[in-house]
Design a protein. Structure first.
Length: 59
């Protein structure tokens, strides 16, 4: 999946129970904790809807 960054910081560290979903150049760019997602990129800017679909499946 292509990731579009717009001045977004990387995720520096994760705690127990946090699943790293993606990394770019060794930096964490997406995580999940239960039904919560945190992203360092903007999936709404691109045309790939897989992340939106995955989110809808979580809720």
């Amino acid at each position: 999946m292509r990731q579009n960054f717009i001045r977004a910081p990387y995720i520096e560290t994760v705690g127990p129970g946090v699943e790293v979903l993606s990394e770019t150049d060794g930096h964490i760019t997406a995580v999940r904790y239960g039904q919560q997602l945190a992203l360092a990129f903007h999936p709404e800017v691109g045309h790939d809807t897989r992340l939106h679909e995955a989110f809808l499946n979580l809720i």
